[in-house]
Design a protein around this ligand. Structure first.
Ligand SMILES: C[S@@+](CC[C@H](N)C(=O)[O-])C[C@H]1O[C@@H](n2cnc3c(N)ncnc32)[C@H](O)[C@@H]1O
Length: 255
């Protein structure tokens, strides 16, 4: 796997995250180890915390962003394959799916449910040729990407002209009340649910990190600015329940 060159990181400067890592290299190894260890329990934990709505929402987000039968999709940060599985169903037998993630443990889980091409790599350095896919998806991983400019530049490069990128992410609620409710849910409710479902300590640690990265996540306007800077057009952001966002942009057709 090629380690991406790192430049400015919006998360690294956040004091909340400094207790996990103090450099960009450390961030990558810490995050990878965290996901590797939690991989086997990830799907169950996701099912509990999202009350089973995860597959429905991921499918809905992909379809409303324009994913259709027969397309070639690159799912970045594919993890155990929760977005990839829905994308695979939508593109069908005439389409093609490539799943990319830096965590070998997460990809191993993905391969148990999907017979697709997998690549162990980072969003910031995608080992695929230019103009290779019709659609790039990414689910709930933008918070782990150090350099949005590098990642979005890579998405634009691997997309064919007219292709679409759809980035799903959870962001901090804008209101103080919303932030308090989310914090209470993740810090107090989720650990109880995890204990009831006998989730491992690795999963509990992952959820703690999960909340801290949401706290430190980049403002939606900065994400959209970075997409425009990379060269995407028609950049928009759809919001569900005030926290679930899909950032969507299109690669321009040549003039
Ligand atoms: C919360 S999981 C999301 C998995 C899946 N997309 C989903 O919807 O459930 C985040 C994934 O991002 C991956 N990841 C972390 N840093 C990354 C990076 N810089 N580039 C690509 N993937 C990354 C992790 O290995 C992990 O599998």
């Amino acid at each position: 796997m090629t380690e991406p060159a790192s430049s400015a990181s919006p998360l690294q400067t956040d004091p909340q995250l400094r207790r996990y890592f103090s450099s960009e290299d450390e961030r990558r190894s810490t995050t990878r180890a965290l996901f590797d260890r939690a991989a086997s329990g990830y799907d169950r934990a996701e099912q509990i915390t999202a009350f089973g709505t995860g597959p429905w929402y991921r499918r809905y987000a992909l379809q409303r962003s324009g994913l259709a039968t027969g397309m070639t999709v690159l799912d970045v940060a594919a993890g155990t394959g929760l977005v990839a599985r829905e994308a695979h169903r939508i593109v069908g037998a005439r389409g093609r799916l490539v799943a990319l993630d830096p965590s070998p443990g997460m990809l191993e889980e993905l391969r148990k449910k999907l017979d697709v091409e997998t690549i162990e790599a980072y969003a910031e350095s995608i080992p695929l040729p230019a103009a290779h896919v019709d659609f790039v998806s990414m689910g709930y991983a933008l918070r782990h990407v150090a350099d949005l400019d590098l990642a979005f530049g890579e998405y634009l490069r691997v997309l064919r002209a007219g292709g679409t990128a759809c980035i799903m992410e959870i962001t901090r609620p804008r209101s103080a009340l919303g932030r308090m409710a989310m914090r209470c849910y993740i810090r107090a409710v989720v650990p109880v649910l995890a204990r009831l479902a006998r989730c491992t300590p690795d999963i509990s640690m992952l959820w703690e990190y999960y909340w801290d990265t949401i706290q430190a996540s980049v403002e939606p306007e900065r994400v959209m600015d970075a997409m425009r800077r990379a060269g995407f057009e028609d950049v928009r952001c759809m919001v569900t329940l005030g926290v679930f966002r899909e950032y969507v942009g299109r690669k321009p057709q040549p003039a």
